[in-house]
Ligand binder design. Sequence first.
Ligand code: GLC
Length: 465
Amino acid sequence: MLDHRTRMDRAKKEKVEQILSEFRLQEEDLKTIMYRMQKEMDRGLKLETHEEASVKMLPTYVRSTPEGSEVGDFLSLDLGGTNFRVMLVKVGEGEEGQWKVKTKHQMYSIPEDAMTGTAEMLFDYISECISDFLDKHQMKHKKLPLGFTFSFPVRHEDLDKGILLNWTKGFKASGAEGNNIVGLLRDAIKRRGDFEMDVVAMVNDTVATMVSCYYEDHRCEVGMIVGTGCNACYMEELQNVELVEGDEGRMCVNTEWGAFGESGELDEFLLEYDRVVDETSLNPNQQLYEKIIGGKYMGEIVRLVLLKLVNENLLFNGEASEKLKARGSFETRFISQIESDPGDRKQIYNILTSFGLMSSITDCDIVRMACESVSTRAAQMCSAGLAGVINRMRKSRCEETMKITVGVDGSVYKLHPSFKDRFHATVRQLTPGCDITFLQSEEGSGRGAALISAVACKMACMMGQ
Ligand code: GLC
């Protein structure tokens, strides 16, 4: 006979499972999401439907035929997450193509007021960081070529010119949307006046990731980020990129798939928690797909689920702590830590204690179940997007079996203990006839931007500029 307590705990877990079952996606659901994603991608590429498409499919001006590259020192900037990074990268030529080494780098945290003040404040802060970096390494006198990894939706006119369509991921600096970002950077550098830079390329982080992996594996024609935000790019036939003239070769397209769902494509899959996350975000009704997957939001979804379970009297004796009630307090890294617990629940217990919560063994198990439901759904949702991209590529390339490599970066992908495995398995399930290799990128943002700048410099030389 089970004792009373054990029976109670079992019944509790069953009720919790029922509540969490909403997060489960069937293969049919994933296929529906994948087909809708493909439809939006198609609409994003076409001139006629581009404006209204939720997935913008932005041309990057990074092409498939590299013209060789300059060698030397390049400065890379990386803006797009919670930190801003400056990096010095040496690009050289080896037997098997270019190599790149990061020689020095420095991370600067972005103060809240720079993220949400004016664009001038943000770019003044950025050029202050560059100035500090150059001082530290006694390089103020050098006018280096600079590659800028700017991880937001940009409509490019060329590699070094493009307007910010809208901020994402909690950035909100006014006066940047609709403006040329390279121009804002150049202006800020001029305002300071204590160093000079030659800004040669601006790229998305997905693009930098893909390019940095391409030099290790020439089959790498897709780049993906699952970090604070979530996005992918891939090499598309130029003839399908209707926003850019020309028919020969391929161009990298930044899908900006995080915006998927803005035209209602995800409506039947959004849960009450997703709606709250969206409504309380800085960009309501935008980036709905990203809000299911990205690290900026995943912790908050779990927090809302935990509060729901407390309200149903299934967790923490029906009482939440003040800290758990505070918006944004449950960071996504806690999900990784909780799911990494080896089974003795110590890690889970400690995290919950730091939230001022007295937790029983059953509480620890329930919190873990909530984390697993939310992170598994994220991995599966993300799989549907990538499968959409890869199946599209296979179709247009008419290959029986397409061998392809995907370069990946981002904290959720790298740090969560099982996101990767669940993600890989589901992508493979959805892409018959494709042989996919996943390549984890190291410092892809900085190195990729340097490599793209090196190619751009060579082009500029050839054209006598
Ligand atoms: C957001 C940005 C996108 C970026 C992604 C990952 O979705 O809009 O440009 O690639 O985050 O950082």
